[in-house]
Design a protein around this ligand. Structure first.
Ligand SMILES: CC(C)(COP(=O)(O)OP(=O)(O)OC[C@H]1O[C@@H](n2cnc3c(N)ncnc32)[C@H](O)[C@@H]1OP(=O)(O)O)[C@@H](O)C(=O)NCCC(=O)NCCS
Length: 325
């Protein structure tokens, strides 16, 4: 028994900031941000908004597309590092917000790879026949962890949530395989201390620089390209397929230069790689499900297509899911 994705949804905060808007916050330029990252705009959460609420909106859309009621779900798995609480989990807050009770709800912490990890966890549990309808969410608001005076990091991130509904189903469609990897030796390439302070872009309170996102950008860039290439090749090979069999790659939208470098190493033509980093920036665990939802909306995915979802993030964590649509 495998698992199939039967509904997708996305939601974002209401405030969209362009690169020119960012110039009010840090010494930067549209030209620098676009050429180094491919980012043009990003949605940023404000102090009167709730990421749980935004994730619930994305989840309701995914359920609607799946033609299922929330009460049909029997588990919730959330890839996130942005819960307002150390506990309860983001997933428990989302469960309550959706009016659900008793079903297991838990977070998977793998930074930008959170959604890829969550899909793998959900698929494994479904293969073990424990669950048959699972809501899998990627939701993050890394903007609340930024030092707004640090131009090296503050221009990169955006906030949002994406959701999918997975159902267990026999047949050729569904998750063909996943591959997850971590390398703790690189833990300090990208990290944030847990401070319990939520510093939205409009908040008076600011994180002390040492408590904000710490990133060794150039080093991370090189390792991310290597990791994404390796995991993509390996997950395809393990499934007994060739890269040519992949119809569309939906990568984590961290940086257009990383995405292009990986595609080039893999020999993938640009039309086989979906990108929307220009509009959203790096939304961490939300980026892959948001991109999947947009790719569907743009008619880029058809029945029988083989999709490859991949990501790399703090931990270091990285991974891929291979899915037949
Ligand atoms: C962050 C990143 C875009 C920086 O690009 P880079 O070419 O490596 O740039 P550097 O950090 O070497 O900085 C080059 C110069 O640009 C400047 N700069 C950095 N951010 C800037 C900004 N927003 N606007 C203008 N100038 C900026 C730096 O101060 C530096 O100037 P200096 O040489 O006078 O000190 C790049 O390293 C990257 O994409 N890394 C991966 C980050 C990532 O995706 N993280 C998430 C993974 S999940």
């Amino acid at each position: 028994m495998g698992s199939r994705i039967v509904g997708t949804g996305r939601a974002t905060p209401r405030t969209l900031l362009s690169n020119n808007d960012m110039r009010r916050l840090v010494d930067t330029s549209d030209e620098w941000i676009r050429t180094r990252t491919g980012i043009g705009t990003r949605f940023l959460i404000r102090s009167d908004e709730s990421l749980v609420e935004i994730a619930a909106e994305a989840s309701c859309r995914a359920l609607e597309r799946a033609g299922l009621k929330a009460s049909a779900l029997d588990a919730i798995v959330v890839g996130t590092v942005s819960s307002d609480y150390a506990f309860p989990s983001f997933a428990c807050q989302l469960q309550h917000r959706m009016g659900l009770d008793l079903i297991p709800a838990f977070d998977v912490s793998a930074a930008c790879s959170g959604f890829i990890y969550a899909v793998s966890v959900a698929d494994s549990a479904m293969r073990a026949a424990e669950y048959s309808r699972v809501l899998v969410v990627g939701a993050d608001a890394l903007s609340t962890m930024l030092d707004w005076a640090d131009r090296r990091t503050s221009v990169l991130f955006g906030d949002g949530a994406g959701a999918i509904v997975m159902v267990s189903e026999p047949g050729p469609s569904g998750v063909l395989g996943s591959l997850l990897r971590s390398s703790g030796q690189y833990w300090n390439l990208l990290s944030v201390k847990a401070t319990g302070v939520r510093c939205t872009v409009d908040a008076e309170q600011r994180r002390a620089p040492g408590d904000a996102i710490q990133m060794r950008g150039p080093e991370l860039f090189r390792i991310a390209v290597r990791c994404m290439e390796e995991v993509t090749r390996s997950v395809v090979e393990r499934a007994g397929l060739q890269l040519e069999d992949v119809s569309l790659v939906i990568p984590h939208q961290a940086n257009l230069r990383i995405i292009n470098a990986v595609a080039e190493r893999l020999g993938l033509s640009p039309d086989k790689v979906f990108t929307n980093v220009e509009r959203y920036g790096n939304t961490s665990a939300a980026s892959v499900p948001i991109a999947l939802d947009e790719a569907l909306e743009q008619n880029r995915i058809h029945a029988g297509d083989v999709l490859l979802l991949n990501a790399c993030g703090g931990g270091l964590t990285w991974g891929a899911n291979l899915v037949r649509w």
